[in-house]
Design a protein around this ligand. Sequence first.
Ligand SMILES: *Cc1c(COP(=O)(O)O)cnc(C)c1O
Length: 391
Amino acid sequence: MFIPCHNLFQRELELLESRNLFRRQKVIFSSNNMLVEVDGREYINFSSNNYLGLAGSDILKKAASQALERYGVGSGASRLMSGTFSIHRELEEAISKFKKEEDAIIFTSGYMANIGVIPALVGRGDAVIVDRLNHASIIDGARMSQARIFVYPHCNTIALENVLKRTACFSKRLVVTDTLFSMDGDIAPLPQILELCEKYRSILMVDEAHATGIFGRRGSGLVEEFGLSGKIDVVMGTMSKALGTFGGYVAGSRIIIEYLRQRVRTFIYTTSLPLPLAASCIKAIEYIENNGEERESFWKRIEYVRSEFLKMGYDLLNSKSQIIPVVIGPVDKAMEIERYLFEQGIFALAIRPPTVPKDSSRFRITISSSHREEDIQKLLHVFREIKRRFF
Ligand SMILES: *Cc1c(COP(=O)(O)O)cnc(C)c1O
């Protein structure tokens, strides 16, 4: 029977709608760091990864506009053609110093880094071993590599060791984990994972997307916080979160990075990062390295907010960071609460399956150092009220 494709996809859309899983974009008209305007009304944004408020900062605006004046918008070619500018190399140097690794390579996004780097490291006949809650870009990279994929339960090093024992027959194995998990806000047991990788001779790659700029004495991430700089084979991250700009990177040994330059398809076959972005990334790193005190007061804020939510009786999973998952459970209830939050002027989106497991729909509240104190108090007040009305 011939089914026109239009009908086929319309049915899929109706199905999503009927399960309350249809996603609508909230269109932001203007923004001033954590304040956003949607449909003529102002909201406090608690759904942004702009953790340090750098995205809207004068420092980055200035760096970007200077580079814009000097180079224009697009970079015009891929890195191995005429698309490598001195600013790209400067940024790669800044990242390798920041991360205390020998060298670094940048990509046009974190997603591009993960889907390019994993297939360059492993392929058919190899094994890639991932945490069940790793970011989608890691899973996609693993699939694209055509290596056999093994998934271990979230942060479970006993299960990881079992997988490593079972996969001894593979000549090459790659373990990949987020360091700070993007939906749960919890932290991978990196020292134990590294020890297992060394014991079973497996390559280790970590994704520092949400940890960079937040953790570590110099703000470079959880690898630094755990004292593991220089010990992990592949340290990946993005500049689109705390750094407030755009672009992905990998830092590591000279050899690994040179190998990636030769092999990663998402490095070779795409136009290089626009210079205004690259220039602002350099400034963002400089800012983070020089503003340790701001990070300290940010951490006090994170701990305060978390303890207030716990006092109210919310389940925050095992969150240890600026990402605070407030678990609601069923999708329908989460959607009702989402409407209430918006009525109250809080921009916080319900995170639903398939992004999170079934029946763990939640609000992924993210705290920024550029929220005003009154924004934080408003958030806590509204969630106190939610506890009374919806539970
Ligand atoms: C956001 C994110 C990415 C993708 O980074 P982009 O630069 O936004 O493409 C990769 N990994 C993790 C864990 C992320 O949270």
